[in-house]
Design a binder for this molecule. Sequence first.
Ligand code: FBP
Length: 550
Amino acid sequence: SKISPLQKARSEYSPKLPPVLQECGPFATARLGEPTQSVADQDAIRRLFPDTYGMPAVTFACGESFDCEPIKAGVILSGGQAPGGHNVIAGLFDGLKGLNPDSQLFGFLGGPSGLIDDKYIMITEELVDSYRNTGGFDMICSGRTKLEKTEQFAQVATNCKKHGITAIIVIGGDDSNTNACTLAQYMLTEKTGIRVIGCPKTIDGDLKNEWIEVSFGFDTATKVYAELIGNIMRDANSARKYWHFIKLMGRSASHIALECALQTHPNACIVSEEVAAKKMSLQEIVTDLTKLVVKRADAKMNFGVVLIPEGLIEFIPEMNVLIAELNDLLAKEEAAFNAQADMSAKIDFVAQRLSAAAAGAFKSLPAMIKAQLLGDRDPHGNVQVSKIETEKLLIVMIEEQLAIINAGREKAVKFSSQAHFFGYEGRCAAPSNFDADYCYSLGYTAAALLGAGKTGYMASVRNVYAPASEWAAGGIPLTMMMNIERRHGKDVPVIRKALVELDGKPFKTFATNRDAWGAGVEYVYPGPIQYFGPTEVCDRVTETLALEHA
Ligand code: FBP
């Protein structure tokens, strides 16, 4: 089929590898570090993962090539798309073939469910070549089925045995890799001989720690959003008549919004983690923004750009209480709720049954948002927080506050707004050089870990704020990232999510500058991702990475 000129040129790009893999291919020698510990709840995690707990971190060093039996491996892409997934598969494929040309890679289709239902394609050289350096997950597609039950693990083991598969590579986020960790332990307990390796994926950037400096896709997605935000800023500063409220994807953590703020210098950016730490109410957030609108209007700037993280609602204390109560109430009184004649009756029904605090929060919301809270539910029956149009909510509430302020002013503050949501447009973009290189390196590292006989590890490529010629490769035990958390009323082992740290350099840098960015026009216009050209443009790392590690 027809491909674009850029895709054609990009298919010829050779991703950079860490020097150790560049020199020795997948035959790097695994150097073992000290035994490791989980980030918290050590005793509980050790009990749950007796065979993988405490394994040493692995760093690769150059070594002699050795005879490696052909490996039959299966790969899945799990969860939301992130730019570079195809390159992880390409690196894995090339690494496995490097270990032994007779190795085979099965691509299980549609995420974890492919592995359970035994739906797969064989990944061939030709197929890989047609997807090198492309965005998307369409080579084998993705899905959100959770692979977490023992019966599912048993089915996976049966399917793998049927094909002679001895290795599974899970390309996913914190949840998928939590499940990969449990799967690895299951395969050991049952002595199946099947090994499991994870790769860190998610545009949200919340799967990171000392060993995983960034999850893949964050770099490209934030560059796409920052380009769009910059374009909007130029438009805002040209027409000088609109306030733009831009919601940015990122289910929970605010890394994406913060990174975009650091790249573009908006007039305001809300950071959910700060809202939670300061226990800010929705009214307080709105009041702060309204003050900014008035201040800029007084300086003859009836325009501005505000960034809002997708997860905000859940970090506002009273909204969190409201959502929890709604989830309970709608589960308990489902039939009676569904029997209400229309949305307005549903709103009344709910308002009468909430606690005073939750009812207060509910009543303060515009009708549109109330309806969104009571609209479609997720498969667990919970309110779909990501569907709530926070950007519009803030606009409506600012308008309400301004109406009161304007009543007492001689010259009314003009406030004309535009709402945007940037999410899907960034998730499948052609990976930046960084993500193309990083993903290929992760996949290749996963193959090297298999060559070294490892299971229960996540591929780790480090030092990535430096040029690729200084990158290091290795693996860290999945158990090292785990702790116990309460989910759906149960204590379960999970990989700890990395939220924005308020004492970290990225947030502090933002906090130091935000007043100046708020008051003036200090916009920065990053422009589109560049794939060819000067290094400082094409290989630029994110501000977050640069600030965290430089
Ligand atoms: P992952 O955590 O699976 O990588 O997904 C990230 C994400 O893009 C979130 O930012 C967003 O909230 C969610 O997926 C949207 O999911 P869906 O694609 O199911 O609408």
